[in-house]
Write a protein that binds this ligand. Structure first.
Ligand SMILES: [Zn+2]
Length: 124
């Protein structure tokens, strides 16, 4: 798991003071039942399908989710996330990591060339 920054630590401690705890918001893929969404208290070596208990793969969507609920039921994601579920967890900077694309810097060689051409045209 990635190290917390000072800011994140403070934020987490503040939320914990309000009764929130940090959970992993993730998707679970069961070969028999399909895809689920839910939260895990922590990372583990093995994950089981909430319905059939088969070992399943998961993918963590958000490492910085917080909830006050003692238990959050898994939801099948064939249907969209229900408003109830959305109310149960609170996302914290869910997608600010990895989704930030740096503006690609254009090499200005072409611009310079264009300027040179323009200058040549002016000179004629
Ligand atoms: Zn299953």
């Amino acid at each position: 798991m990635a190290l917390e920054t000072w800011h994140e630590l403070h934020e987490r401690l503040g939320l914990q003071a309000l009764g929130y705890r940090k959970v992993l918001y993730c998707e679970l893929f069961c070969v028999r039942c399909g895809d689920w969404r839910g939260v895990l208290e922590q990372e583990a070596d093995m994950y089981k399908c909430p319905s059939c208990q088969r070992p399943s793969k998961i993918s963590i969507i958000c490492e910085k989710a917080f909830t006050r609920q003692p238990e959050i039921p898994w939801e099948r994601i064939a249907k969209p996330l229900s408003p109830t579920f959305r109310k149960l967890i609170m996302m914290n900077n869910a997608f600010d990591e990895g989704y930030q694309r740096r503006p690609t810097k254009q090499p200005d060689r072409h611009r310079r060339k264009a300027r040179a051409v323009a200058a040549a045209v002016m000179a004629d």
